[in-house]
Design a protein around this ligand. Structure first.
Ligand code: BGC
Length: 743
């Protein structure tokens, strides 16, 4: 046994020294050891199986995933470092998606904060906690643009918009990876799933994806480009088929775009067994051919499948794959291990890291939950409640006291014991002044048993106000948990009607992993606070919002449809040749009997849904009112390559000190390819005291308006633009400017 670690360890971690060490190490490696680095093995068993120990010792494993017992992880590292011939440490991967033990809101909820600072801090907390278990690599952030709420994985996404998702993707990568990946408590991030997975047909998970290249480049790739530019260590290839070529075998994505255009120097991991799935897709005949395709396309590491280990060597022997290709791929993986400082510090001492669920972690989770909740409706200012004006509050519903469900999907390590539920939080906040009466009413969100509804109605009648906790259990969203019907599941709508019949104000607090079609309950409730799955500290955040300790300030990162048939519905649609307007819309009930078909005046809308969503992207109410005035630009014209300022005056004209997310949208009126009717180009979360006015300035460089044209190249064209500033994508406060050719 040779212990080589020391010779490759070097505290100087600049890129040049890393490159030298990568090459020196590669020169020492046998082909089998190289292939070993490309192999990631599931190590979730509690007892470390003998074959895993042997495989690591023989240098046939580059990474493990799903082992979170720190002693076991340290032992695995010890075998890799001290017992394998070259002493190469392991990447230890885990899905740390929105927290480790302390759980932040689901990523879609975090996106509703529109706050990169809190998102960054959430990832930082998650990284520190995960690092205590020896995890050095997470499979997050998931940055698939998601415009289909049926898709269960929309919960894991940062929503529908390329700009918002890019900004938050950067924040998450920064949070996980810190300033220096060798620092304790930082872990490597993975931008996933590259690319287009969010556009699965009908929102059915793993389904086919067809995205024209222009849309791929303008909409789906920007968050990945942003993550790459931020130094994300790895990318994960998607399960899905993109225009006939599954991402795991897609050379265009993994080589042409990622390596040649973006100069990515990190590594690409497959998704779980997605190399072998190439044969199931029908792209290849067998596993061996799948390995050929995946390696040729540029998948550096295979997750879970073992087919690289089985077939790669013979493909190289036959000369179908050359060693130089393998060397480059292994170098990508080794580079990551050096960047992480694993050669210097392969082991984990949890005591050297901050304790799990410490005050800062819980406070970050609380802040994130506070800022993520979106107030969708608040008739007659029914919210906020004032405890001193109430005698009793009814707390009803399957999600009022559901510590596990509030955590949401992908919480392998999330600790439900840490959860503070809304019911408990409401008790602690106002229980000393107000009589809080709790009834679960339904076993779970899908229940069809309505025996308790009489009692619910009775409690509602005897109380001053009803807080109705509705939504989806966590298992109804996430991977492979798509729904075709996105109404509130089970008999919840009936529960709403029964409670409403009691005649008291009804406030619905909805926890869910996706936008829901709320059309069938919206008129029966006075207010709706949409809290997503808010995580460990969801309860206190919700209680504080309901009782006005803070004002809601979340804004929708995704459009809420009125009905499923409108999907996909998103704000940055194209205008079409027949854009709808209120004047052109005649809904189904307004059509005269025997009305003849006309060929004039017809526009793009649904007879039964119109053309507007239930709630638009960027929308969210507050306890105060924000007034926007005087939008203007610093000049009427801006030369290509220059910067323009777009400004507006924002006043808090209500009585409540509160935060507002100010949004800047732009439309390129005429272009080489048709452009969306509105595109988000800037946003800022600001706190304004009641009565306060601020000037909000957005700097817009003309390159921020570049887009991919017909030849799939990024172009910047002169021409006329509209710009809007406001509190949602439906803002009407508009100005215009022109980009002129600088020469
Ligand atoms: C998911 C990935 C995840 C991986 C490992 C796959 O099924 O698609 O997002 O990182 O499993 O758990």
């Amino acid at each position: 046994m040779t212990i080589m670690t020391a010779s490759f360890a070097n505290p100087k971690n600049d890129a040049a020294s890393i490159e030298r060490r990568v090459q020196a190490l590669l020169a020492e490696m046998t082909l089998a050891e190289k292939i070993g680095q490309m192999n990631q093995v599931n190590a979730s068993d509690e007892d470390m199986p003998h074959h895993l120990r042997e495989a690591i010792e023989a240098g046939r494993v580059g990474s493990v995933l799903n082992q979170v017992d720190v002693d076991t992880v340290n032992e695995l590292q010890r075998i890799a470092v001290q017992e394998s011939r070259l002493g190469i440490p392991l990447l230890v991967g885990r899905d740390v998606i929105h927290g480790f033990k302390t759980v932040m809101p689901i990523p879609l909820g975090q996106a509703a904060t529109w706050n990169p600072d809190i998102v960054r801090e959430g990832a930082r907390v998650a990284a520190r906690e995960a690092a205590t278990a020896g995890i050095n690599w997470t499979f997050a952030p998931m940055i698939d643009i998601s415009r289909d709420p049926r898709w269960g994985r929309i919960a894991e996404s940062l929503g529908e918009d390329p700009y918002l998702a890019s900004q938050l993707a950067v924040a998450m990568v920064e949070g996980f990876q810190g300033d220096d990946l060798t620092d304790a408590g930082t872990i490597a991030a993975t931008a996933k799933h590259f690319a287009g997975y969010g556009a699965s047909e009908s929102g059915r998970d793993y389904a086919t994806v067809n995205i024209p290249e222009n849309e791929l480049r303008n909409v789906h790739l920007p968050p990945f480009k942003a993550a790459v530019d931020t130094g994300v260590v790895s990318l994960m290839a998607a399960f899905s088929d993109l225009d006939g070529v599954p991402a795991t075998g897609n050379e265009f994505l993994l080589r042409d775009v990622l390596r040649d255009e973006w100069d990515f120097t990190g590594f690409v991991v497959s998704d779980w067994d997605s190399v072998r799935q190439l044969a199931i897709h029908g792209l290849t005949e067998d596993d061996r051919e799948s390995v050929y395709q995946a390696v040729t396309a540029g998948v550096d590491m295979e997750m879970a499948g073992q087919s690289y280990v089985q077939h790669l060597e013979s493909l190289i022997d036959e000369g179908r794959i050359d060693v130089a290709t393998i060397d480059a791929m292994v170098a990508n993986i080794l580079r990551a291990k050096f960047r992480l400082g694993l050669f210097e510090k392969p082991y984990t001492d949890p005591r050297a890291l901050p304790p799990i669920a410490n005050e800062h972690a819980l406070d970050t989770a609380r802040q994130a939950a506070l800022q993520s909740a979106v107030l969708l409706k608040n008739d007659h200012g029914v919210l906020p409640l004032s405890a001193n004006k109430l005698k009793s509050v009814a707390v009803i519903g399957p999600l009022a006291d559901a510590p596990y469900e509030q955590l949401g999907t992908w919480i392998f390590d999330g600790d439900r014991e840490l959860s503070i539920t809304p019911m408990h939080a409401i008790h602690s906040l106002v229980g000393h002044e107000v009589d809080v009466r709790y009834l679960r009413a339904m076993d779970n969100s899908r229940s069809r048993a309505s025996e308790a509804f009489d009692e619910a109605e009775e409690i509602a009648r005897d109380s001053d106000v009803v807080l109705l906790f509705l939504g989806e259990e966590s298992i109804l969203s996430g991977e492979a948990h798509s729904r075709a019907d996105i109404n509130l599941p089970g008999d919840q709508a009936e529960l709403v009607r029964r409670v409403k019949a009691a005649g008291k104000p009804v406030i619905a607090i909805i926890q869910a992993g996706r936008p829901l079609t709320l059309t069938n309950i919206i008129d029966d409730v006075d207010a709706i606070l949409f809290a997503w799955h808010p995580g460990t500290m969801g309860g206190p955040a919700i209680a504080e919002l309901l009782f006005g300790v803070e004002s809601p300030s979340g804004k929708l990162p995704v459009t809420f449809p009125r009905m499923v048939g409108q999907i996909p519905i998103y704000y940055s649609q194209k205008n079409t040749g027949k854009p709808p307007s209120p004047e052109t819309v005649v809904l189904i009930d307004d059509i005269d009997a025997h009305a003849p078909q006309l060929s004039t005046g017809m526009t793009a809308y649904h007879l039964d849904a119109g053309f507007t969503p239930l709630f638009p992207f960027g929308y969210g109410l507050s306890y105060t009112e924000f007034d926007y005035q005087d939008i203007r630009t610093s000049a009427e014209e801006v030369g290509l390559g220059d910067t323009l300022t777009v400004s507006a005056e924002l006043t808090n004209v209500g009585d409540f000190d509160a935060e507002e997310v100010v949004q800047l949208y732009v439309r390129d009126l005429v272009a080489n390819v048709t452009r969306p009717v509105k595109e988000l180009k800037g946003f800022r979360r600001l706190r304004l005291e009641s009565g306060q006015t601020v000037t909000v300035n957005f700097e817009l460089h003309t390159s921020d308006l570049a887009f991919f044209g017909r030849d799939m190249k990024l172009i910047n064209e002169p021409g006329k633009f509209h710009a809007w500033i406001g509190g949602s994508s439906e803002t009407q406060l508009r100005t215009e400017f022109r980009i002129i050719d600088g020469d």
